[in-house]
Design a protein around this ligand. Sequence first.
Ligand code: NI
Length: 489
Amino acid sequence: MLPLAAALLATACTGSPTPPGAGDPTTSAAPTGSAGIPGVSGMPPTELSVAGITVVQSMGNDPLLPVAVRRPVAPGQGSMTDAIAAWANATESTFRADNAPSEQAPAELNVGWQVITASGPVLGIRMETFEFGGASGQTTHRVFYGDGSTTWTGMDLVTTAGRAEVAALVRSAVRASGHATLDPDEVGAAGVDALLTDLTFSAAGDLVLLLDQGTVAPFSAGNLTVTVPQATAEPLLSERGRRVADAVRSGLPYAVSVPTSAAPTPVAPATPVTPAPVPPATPAVAPPPAAAVDCTKLKCVALTFDDGPGSLTGTLLDRLEAAGVVATFFVLGQNVRIHPDLVTRMVRSGMVVANHTWDHRDMKRLSLSEARSEVDRTSAEIARVTGVSTTLLRPPYGSMSPQTATLGQAIILWDVDTEDWKNRDASITTTRALATVRPGSIILMHDIHASTVEAVPAIIAGLKARGFTLVTVPQLLGNPQPGRVYTRR
Ligand code: NI
């Protein structure tokens, strides 16, 4: 269950001194979990995942303009996948058009996603956007639903006539909870749309609206949730809204028709994709004994790969294994959740798996508790999947504050930057990897770019030709100490 929903139920049951009438909407403030910056909240963790969903990542690794956009690709939900892609691309384009790289106050865009509904043919995805405009940050939400052939947004779940009524219910619920509301005449029609970006249903059929900061109440009220009881909501729902509500209420396993790519079969057999609860901890993967290397005597170098694992990581592992070479992977916790098989394969192959946070936020902007959560969730996920613990952290963008050094991690940066995320060219990446490398170097790459995976055999050959021994970061550094920052041996 989402903590959001739990908080809501708790408030609805016990939080109000005068219990609302049976048909009245209720309001609660969503947890923001952030000290200091209003509206900064992590994606509410969800245990709901759907087998087969893969992720597309657009990672701009420029510390002067941090951008990390992740979106799902759901098999059998092409329409929805396309709609989310169009929205995510537009969000990134707008952000890039509005914000220039800045050394003093870099703007930041971070888009993530979670499954909110997976039942029958209906898949629901919530996109969460954190945007920092140089002075303040805001987190906003938007849901997409798909039934395999079509997709719709929150607004589509309510009839055209019902939208104004839902908006009125929301405003009165927010006022009843003691918050001032913004003048509907001032926010206008766009204001009504903004109230309907994140609509979900409880198992009992209640309509739950997640209201972003500043859409219905002043910014200082934070994010709010309003629950409209089933009996009140029902007449306001569109046919699509009823289908989503019914799917949630039915509790059926998720099942979509996955079109086969080759044959023009008119009706593909339904492939049930059951909502996959987080699997129990797997037995520890036994890493092979690390080769004894003495980097005080040998010319050692460490290849490192960030931001994965992803769809290209398997090919990269093929190439590393074929060359008999080990490397260090700084993984995102949420990608470990999606690709546990790749992470266990890394460990079996003698690679080192280390921490690149859960969702690639700029750590300079995080409260201490948020920063801890980013690191600890990821370490816990790596340990759950592999049985191996890590205390090596590479902060996204190499961006850190003094606080980052207090998280019990050795901070692993680099001294050779291939800029593979920028050049996207195998020969340039290879040239840059070999140009300034020296004994003790740590080389930065990203295993989410095809050009990088393509470059790796030539990089390995070039390093070996110069007498380098390729090692993992722990082999290179010996025993890296928590709180210390390393750019090379
Ligand atoms: Ni990164």
